[in-house]
Design a protein around this ligand. Structure first.
Ligand SMILES: [Zn+2]
Length: 308
């Protein structure tokens, strides 16, 4: 098997799209349910040719790819969906109801707001193409259960990173696919966990979401960026602690008039060893580093808004 395709389990693969030549960043999961398949988060437009190529290698085609499960609609997770579905016209997409209008008409808000928040990264991801309404199943409930052949999934709304974020538990394996709601996990930086808290970050709901996941007692966490890790509950608890420490640090920085994200990052690196591995890590993690700077912006705006 080629190195970009990793089989993690008897029914789960991770497809590293090497977007912008970066490994361990954009890597959709593929799940096999008997003869059918599910892709979790297709990634941005620029990664779709590589995703389609890898799916072909694995024997996934337009008749056996039943579903795309979307954790949320940020460009790095769903920007390529419209392009992808041109090749998989019968595949159904599960997404939070609030994401649906933006998938259908990405020009209106999604593309512009992505350019504003992500800058060159959005350009690199490329502009999303609109998705046809008939491909979308909008989830209106806060919890949702779906069976795909022999596999059962419990979906739970997990706002915080985004207001329309869903996570889901693959019940037979007790794996929680947590999207971006528990930060990022970088295997080659000794499994460093780093917050993903872009503006507008809702910390209260973010922490409540993590607590709901803890109550479900998952065994493993499948991070969208980018690994399946054991000891899920201790990672979830550790992340709550990390979020609180980040907030304290950003708050202390602002009080000392340290306001630039890059300067705040230096202070975060001093108090959070795992974030330090990315902040002062190898240069090739440009996209991950950009996401980390975005997380600092999220905390900065949160602290400022709580003061006013
Ligand atoms: Zn993401």
């Amino acid at each position: 098997m080629e190195k970009n395709i990793r089989q993690l389990d008897d029914i789960i693969w991770q497809l590293d799209l090497r977007v912008d030549n970066e490994t361990e960043f954009i890597a959709p999961y593929l799940i096999k349910a008997n003869e059918d398949y599910i892709v979790v988060d297709v990634g941005p437009t620029c990664g779709i040719p590589e995703l389609i190529r890898q799916l072909k290698v694995l024997g996934v085609n337009s008749s056996n790819l039943k579903y795309v499960f979307l954790t949320h609609i940020h460009l790095d997770h769903s920007g390529g969906l419209g392009t992808f579905l041109e090749f998989f016209p019968d595949t159904q997409v599960l997404v939070h109801r609030r994401g649906t209008p933006h998938l259908i008409d990405p020009d209106k808000v999604l593309w512009q707001s992505s350019l504003d928040t992500l800058g060159w990264v959005a350009e690199m991801y490329q502009k999303p193409v609109g998705v046809k309404e008939e491909n979308i199943i909008s989830i209106h409930e806060k919890t949702f259960n779906i069976k795909v052949n022999d596999l059962e999934f419990d979906w739970i709304e997990t706002p915080g990173h985004a207001s329309h974020h869903f996570s889901f538990l693959l019940k037979s394996k007790n794996i929680m696919f947590c999207g971006d709601s528990v930060g990022m996990l970088v295997p080659s930086l000794d499994s460093a966990m780093v917050p993903t808290t872009p503006h507008p970050y809702r910390m209260d709901s973010g922490i409540d979401s993590i607590k709901v996941m803890i109550e479900m007692c998952p065994e493993k966490l499948a991070f969208a960026h980018h690994a399946i890790m054991p000891d899920a509950v201790s990672l979830l608890e550790k992340h709550i602690n990390q979020l609180n420490r980040w907030k304290e640090c950003v708050s202390a920085c602002l009080e000392k008039n340290i306001e630039e994200e890059e300067e705040i990052a230096i202070e975060i690196a001093k108090m959070d060893e795992e974030s330090n591995r990315l902040i002062n890590g190898p240069k090739e993690f440009g996209g991950l580093r950009k996401a980390l700077i975005g997380s600092i912006t999220g905390f900065k705006n949160l602290v400022i808004s709580e003061k006013t």
